[in-house]
Design a binder for this molecule. Structure first.
Ligand code: CP
Ligand code: NVA
Length: 308
């Protein structure tokens, strides 16, 4: 805890392999404690303020429940109900909230908004999703992979779909933990060059970090196949064009044939069945999507109890 106390949780690339491994192990411990009914009220009397500029099911409910289980409370703050929605600045909001609460979580559009909030807050800030990153989800996904595969070394993850917040954070998480990561996107929907470059720099020489346009190449011998919606929140006006562009990138029975027999199918959810993934695959025996959803609770409790 001493190592991460007071730190923000803004992007996965801010953390070392050891930091992430410690968080994963703590999350697994907290999961066992919660299931056994062992007390773990590490944040008694503490408050989390949660700012949401976009919709959420998992992030909201898991953070709120997690704070309660840790002995603290969480406040749900919708931008429209805050003065932020009426023009009060992010900086002023950060300074005011810092006088009341112990930690802030924000789900917003531009990644710079989360960074600005963190810069102006005197308390830790957690990124609950921006257009560029979803670090809470990736920590959860790494925890889920570790539970299922018992290690990271030698694994290959294929992401098929959009070069969005999910694939960018996953690529970085894989690079740090030593998982080969191949991201297959349509032309024009690649992950940001700066993220690809940073992930390659972070990866050990024997870890492959690849951006391709060929989903079959990405999925070949993969241990994990991951996808996400084709139209993320904030990109709704592009929906039609995206449905066209992503047609060959659906995760279906034909595509998954190239992966290992015991591959894991992963999706951060919410999913649109029979669009980015067929019902057969997401509801099939290789799918671990609800384990991922559950682990949001445990992984975020590990983050909260480490940084607050
Ligand atoms: N995976 C995820 O962040 O889900 P929500 O949008 O429901 O929070
Ligand atoms: N990429 C999706 C993830 C939702 C959890 C979005 O940003 O809408």
């Amino acid at each position: 805890k001493a190592q991460l106390q007071g730190k923000d949780f803004l992007q996965i690339g801010d953390f070392t392999k050891d930091n992430l491994m410690d968080l994963i192990k703590l999350a697994i411990q907290l999961k066992t404690m919660q299931k056994n009914g062992d007390p773990h009220k590490y944040l008694e009397g503490k408050t989390l303020a949660m700012i949401f500029e976009k919709s959420s099911t998992r992030t909201r409910v898991s953070f709120e429940t997690g704070m309660y289980q840790l002995g603290g409370i969480a406040q749900f703050l919708n931008t429209n109900d805050l003065q932020l929605g009426k023009g009060e600045t992010i900086a002023d909001t950060a300074k005011v909230l810092s006088r009341y609460v112990d930690v802030i979580m924000i789900r917003t559009y531009g990644h710079d908004i989360a960074l600005e909030l963190a810069e102006n807050a005197s308390i830790p800030v957690i990124n609950g999703l921006t257009d560029d990153a979803h670090p809470c989800q990736v920590l959860t996904d790494l925890m889920t992979v570790y539970e299922k595969k018992k290690q990271f070394q030698g694994l290959k993850l294929a992401f098929v779909g959009d070069g969005n917040n999910m694939s960018q954070s996953l690529l970085m998480g894989c690079a740090i933990m030593g998982i080969d990561c191949h991201v297959a996107t349509p032309k024009g929907y690649e992950i940001k060059q700066s993220i690809l470059k940073q992930a390659k720099e972070k990866a050990a020489s024997n870890t492959s970090i690849i951006q391709t346009h060929d989903p079959y190449e990405a999925v070949k011998d993969a241990d994990i196949i991951y996808t996400d919606v084709w139209t993320s929140m904030g990109f709704e006006s592009e929906k039609k064009a995206r449905q066209e562009a992503f047609r060959e990138y659906q995760v279906n029975e034909n595509l998954v044939k190239g992966a290992k027999d015991d591959y894991l199918f992963m999706h951060c959810l919410p999913a649109i069945r029979d669009q980015e993934v067929t019902s057969e695959v997401i509801d099939g025996e290789n799918s671990v999507v609800f384990d991922q959803a559950e682990n949001r609770l445990h992984a975020q409790k590990a983050v909260l109890s480490s940084i607050v």
